[in-house]
Ligand binder design. Structure first.
Ligand code: PMP
Length: 394
């Protein structure tokens, strides 16, 4: 059948292909040192422990674990998640508030579907997570950036933006933000919750990296201050166990939960029964703190190596963020830098990163680079930065 462009829905016209997915295809080659993907360190995946958990699930509950399950999620895992979210400083979370999803990415899709009509406005940090841009762009949303600085977004700017644009919600990654690594300071979290309550602003708080703090003081989620229940709290097992399990979750009040459940059912009926049970068995059979400490110390060391290498090698005119956790840092280059052109030359030198442009809902951001430090060994980080800096020096 000949495929004409008109056959596709109108929404496909506003979507851009993701540069990062295209890059990842190239960077999968082992000789390329990749700072591009958002990949955790695979050598830290708890393979033996997950294998033991899977064996115990199949031995004890084989048929149930391979059967269809409830759309809300596996009851024991929902209980575990509610305890976990409470331990992060969010009071009054009940297991029935927890919807288990196919990665936290699915939450963004479901949230978009239940709230966004074409032309609706979403407030975001600028830059923001590129697959959130994609998820909301599919629904033909418009993006309005909230002013940000090195302490995160500026809450005081929001009332005016609400007045001007009547946004459906604010999407924010307040801790070790993707792509910048910036963390919203405590005072601004409390202020943001207060502004949300005053203006009935829904906040989607996306927190995949909060448990990956290798330095500095813990900051509770925005939801900690959320007396008025304006915040949907989203998180994932992707960075603490493994992304291949595709397990995430959202904590939502009943009126929103029931709508999310309807679209979740339409989308995939439920998240894998088997994966949920394996994750639950893994979490209850192993020492989580010890495992997280291993990840934190490895990522802290890798950040230090990358930071020191950048300091030693990069020419004047380049600066970068110094995150206290997470997996990324964000390089600001001179105004005239074209990140996309630099990437093409970098791939020839067998090093890769993500050009900043994809993280801006508008066409801004050509002079930024996102570098991932979780997925390369210290030796490869040193070598990769050396190659990249040589290109930046021209
Ligand atoms: N939100 C943010 C900010 C992310 O960086 C990612 C993944 N890198 C996700 C959501 C999606 O993660 P997952 O679907 O694996 O939970």
């Amino acid at each position: 059948m000949p495929i004409s462009p008109e056959i596709f829905a109108e929404r496909m016209r506003t979507m851009r292909p993701s540069t990062i997915r295209e890059i990842l295809k190239v960077t999968a080659q082992p000789e390329i040192i990749s700072f591009a993907g958002g990949l955790p360190a695979p050598e830290l995946f708890p393979v033996a422990e997950v294998s033991a958990a899977a064996a115990s699930v199949l031995a004890k509950n084989g048929p149930e674990s391979l059967q269809y399950g409830p759309s809300e999620g596996y009851a024991l895992l929902r209980e575990w998640i509610a305890d976990e979210v409470r331990s992060r400083g969010v009071k009054n979370v009940k297991p029935t508030d927890v919807l288990v999803t196919n990665g936290s990415q699915q939450v963004l899709d479901l949230v978009g579907k239940i709230f966004l009509n074409p032309g609706d406005v979403v407030l975001t940090e600028n830059p923001t997570y590129l697959a959130a841009i994609q998820a909301f762009q599919t629904l033909q949303a418009k993006f309005v950036p909230v002013p940000t600085d090195e302490f995160g977004l500026v809450p005081e700017a929001i009332p005016e933006l609400i007045k001007l644009h009547q946004p459906k919600f604010l999407y924010t990654i307040p801790t070790f933000q993707n792509p910048t690594g910036i963390t919203l300071i405590k005072e601004r979290r409390a202020k943001l919750a207060q502004i949300a309550a005053q203006h009935n602003l829904l906040i989607i708080e996306d927190d995949p990296y909060g448990k990956l703090r290798y330095r500095g003081e813990e900051v509770p989620p925005i939801k900690h201050w959320d007396e008025a229940n304006c915040v949907l709290y989203v998180s994932t097992f992707s960075k603490t166990i493994a992304p291949g399990l595709r397990l995430g979750w959202v904590v939502a009040p009943e009126a929103i939960f029931s709508q999310l459940l309807i679209v979740k059912q339409a989308s995939d009926l439920h998240t894998s029964s088997f994966d949920q049970r394996v994750a639950y068995a893994y979490l209850t059979q192993n020492d989580q703190t010890a495992h997280l400490n291993k990840i934190r110390s490895a990522y802290g060391e890798r950040f230090d190596v990358m930071d020191a290498a950048l300091k030693a090698e990069m020419p004047a005119g380049y600066t970068w963020t110094k995150p206290e956790g997470g997996m990324f840092l964000w390089v600001t280059g001179p105004k005239e830098l074209d990140g996309m052109a630099l990437l093409k030359r970098a791939i020839e030198q067998k090093v890769a990163f993500v050009p900043g442009r994809d993280f801006f809902p508008s066409d801004a951001g050509a002079n930024y680079l996102r570098l991932n430090y979780s997925n390369s060994t210290p030796a490869r980080i040193r070598e990769g930065v050396k190659r990249l800096a040589a290109l930046c020096r021209g």
